[in-house]
Write a new protein. Structure first.
Length: 557
């Protein structure tokens, strides 16, 4: 008997006309590692929430979900809470106490466990995850990666049989994301816990899965092993939108007409290149952007949030050129968002100089700084929403820059078509998926018609196809003369689309170079393509570069 069985499941949100899920039929067995993937808004999050009855959204449900043969709705509260664990995308939404030890103990305390049992279980879980050194820390002092691992540990201390995770790596830097996913592998392999995870970043989690469920338009499009999913998408000439999200090794394999077993990991991809394309070391040519007028400049900038706290910006120097797309990367908690707040004028340096278009930042008042000049998309897009529908929210922003109602409607229609969000007009912004919220918030930013756009994790929650659409928007903005600065953990996106990339560490920009040289010379903080093609190709940092060089080296081995 399947551990979880979904039969003829359909779901419609309250007040909605279209189904969020349609005729879902799935079986999940004990010990499975199931990966759900698909476009933003395809129904992944809705389905995952329906597996946890305490999180079931309001709406009409047909069909049924059973756990060990019992309908989910009929499970008693303790069994549902303990045996079916759920980790959210944003750990801030799941943290309920101010101390690490109390966060770990909170669930057990709520169940009325004895103090001695709680202390033993908390000690055990700290040892399993290696987080004992955090035990007495305040939860607010943890980095993003640490908070997400704490959320996972707080769920695992309840000893669940099933662990459900909704895009848990969306806000993590690449190294923290890798460590988090390795923890999931350990939980699955060593404890036999069934893992159900929805993800957009498939590079590492795809090979871990025992089963991949590809969703499309509220339905299950494919359900198979990772290798078979790759092969079935390839047999469709890689035309499906989700083929863009497949791991680098899979895409290179099929784009170079590979035969035999599909490689899934970087190591398998490296062996494939070594066997078929390794010859003399080959370099891929690329065009370097020329320097132009300086749009933003900070010289020897220092900032801290309070007088007795350490500096977050510690002598930072940065120049951003007009009409360029600069990506700033670095670990969680390094201070990248703080730098963006200073660049936006929301925070002021206590020492150092900040010039915008050659003028001191203090020479700008609120209107001259933000109307048609600078706009910033925050890390949490919900901070921008003020109305009960997406359309009203967009109109509210359009009216700030244009008093004519008809022109406002035209502006909204134009940006909605550009970002493909017109179908979300009547939705409440908080009911949207993470990726849809990102696009709706970006639409509000674009309506302000700024010359400089600051983005904090703008690709977070976006599927691969939506990222491609976003890249086209960025390219169009650059053609219109806009300057774009984006803080991101998405190394693959930065490697493919940025003009320059900068590494933020220890309160400073420690490295800044064109996108190819930046990632080609990094060993750990780089793309899967770069890791996979070394030492055979010198500077292949994207899939297209790797494919180009493979084709040049055919028959070399």
């Amino acid at each position: 008997m399947a551990l979880l069985e979904i039969k003829n499941l359909s779901f419609t949100y309250q007040g909605a006309s279209n189904k969020a899920l349609r005729d879902i039929n799935l079986e999940i067995n004990q010990g499975d590692f199931v990966l759900f993937c698909g476009e933003s808004g395809c129904g992944k999050t809705t389905l995952l929430k329906l597996l946890k009855k305490q999180l079931r959204p309001n709406g009409s449900l047909q069909g049924q979900i059973t756990y060990n043969g019992t309908n989910i709705e009929n499970l008693d509260e303790k069994q549902s809470v303990c045996e079916i664990g759920y980790v959210m995308q944003n750990p801030e939404n799941q943290t309920v106490t101010d101390k690490v030890w109390h966060e770990l103990a909170f669930g057990l305390e709520s169940l009325g466990e004895k103090t001695a049992v709680i202390r033993r279980k908390v000690a055990e879980i700290c040892g399993f995850f290696g987080i004992g050194s955090w035990y007495h820390k305040r939860t607010c002092e943890l980095s993003g990666g640490q908070k997400q691992l704490l959320s996972l540990a707080s769920v695992m201390v309840m000893n669940p049989s099933v662990l459900i995770l909704d895009e848990p790596t969306a806000q993590l830097d690449p190294i923290a994301a890798s460590e988090f996913l390795q923890s999931l592998r350990k939980i699955n392999q060593e404890l036999g816990v069934t893992i159900i995870i929805a993800e957009h970043r498939l590079e590492e989690v795809f090979p871990m899965a025992s089963k991949v469920v590809l969703m499309d338009k509220a339905q299950v499009f494919l359900c198979d092993t990772p290798r078979n999913i790759g092969q079935r998408l390839a047999n469709d000439d890689m035309s499906h939108k989700m083929s863009l999200a497949l791991p680098t090794a899979v895409r290179v394999f099929y784009k170079t007409q590979g035969t035999g077993q599909t490689p899934l990991t970087v190591n398998e991809g490296k062996q494939y290149i070594a066997s078929n394309f390794a010859g003399s070391n080959t370099t891929c040519s690329f065009e370097k952007a020329s320097r132009q007028e300086v749009a933003l400049q900070i010289s020897e900038g220092y900032f801290r949030y309070e007088r007795d706290l350490p500096d977050v910006l510690n002598g930072v120097d940065i120049e951003v050129y007009k009409n360029e797309f600069l990506c700033i990367l670095g670990a969680n908690g390094a201070g990248k968002t703080t730098l963006l707040r200073v660049l936006s004028g929301l925070k002021r340096l206590y020492k150092g100089k900040y010039r915008l278009w050659g003028k001191k930042i203090k020479d700008y008042n609120g209107n001259s700084l933000y109307r048609g000049n600078i706009a910033c998309l925050p890390q949490n897009p919900q901070n921008l929403f003020v109305k009960s529908t997406v359309y009203d929210d967009l109109m509210e922003t359009a009216k700030v820059v244009n008093a004519n109602v008809e022109q406002c409607k035209s502006m909204v229609e134009e940006v909605a078509q550009k970002l493909d969000i017109a179908h979300l007009y009547q939705s409440h912004p908080y009911d949207l998926s993470g990726g849809e919220q990102q696009k709706a918030a970006l639409a509000k930013i674009l309506l302000m018609k700024p010359s400089i756009i600051l983005l904090d994790e703008a690709t977070k929650g976006l599927d691969a196809y939506s990222k491609q659409t976003f890249a086209q928007v960025v390219d169009a903005l650059k053609k219109d003369g806009k300057t774009i600065v984006m803080v991101t953990h998405d190394v693959e996106f930065a490697a493919e689309h940025a003009d320059r990339c900068a590494m933020f560490f220890d309160g400073q920009i420690v490295s800044c170079d064109n996108r190819v040289d930046f990632f080609a010379t990094n060993r750990y903080y780089t793309t899967a393509t770069a890791r996979m093609t070394r030492p055979y190709f010198t500077n292949a940092v994207t899939v297209d570069m790797a494919v180009e060089l493979c084709n040049l080296n055919k028959g070399a081995k």
